[in-house]
Design a protein around this ligand. Sequence first.
Ligand code: DC
Length: 204
Amino acid sequence: MSFTIAIDGPAGAGKSTIAKLVAKELECIYVDTGAMYRALALYMVRKGVDIHDEKKVEAELAGADVSLMYDKGELKVMLNGENVAGIIRTPEVSEAASVVSAYRQVRKELVRRQQLMAEKTDLVMDGRDIGTCVLPSADLKIYLTADARVRGERRYKELLEKGEECDLEEIIRDVIERDRRDMTREESPLRQADEKDKKKTALR
Ligand code: DC
């Protein structure tokens, strides 16, 4: 049995920063499940699949082999053998990831892979449905959140530091829209895990 920590919460709350620090401290791996949804979204965008058509996305799923790898402590996000870690944070991919991650078959496939990782290794995993669906019996569950404005401001500063032009109010609107989508979707919406979740085993 491996030791697992689940960190869930909305975009920009600081989950990955905390998850990386904890993983380093505990000398275990950090699994960024958002990166897996992003890599899959990139695959669909590159193929020109209409991401708003669930059936079309599902029909192309088998062509995308998404996995996470660690090379000297560096996280590699592998899409059909290519490390796409550096190109999955664009606004286009963020938007596409938010859309395709609502689809049942997409979630089923990626959750299966995430659960397989957790069977074999001690890890810290972050996402939206880790405590509720992926690892309902995680040893520790954390729900990390912050006001949408604070999260938007943080994102705004990051983009400015990278020299990218951006508009704060537009970023905050995007954050609120992504929260709405993540929290209201039918499949594994973002929410804080409760005691009942412990009785669940997996997404079926
Ligand atoms: O955490 P992130 O912003 O990199 O996630 C990208 C998208 O994937 C985001 O719209 C939410 C979605 N996601 C999800 O539905 N379930 C997860 N476990 C992780 C991310």
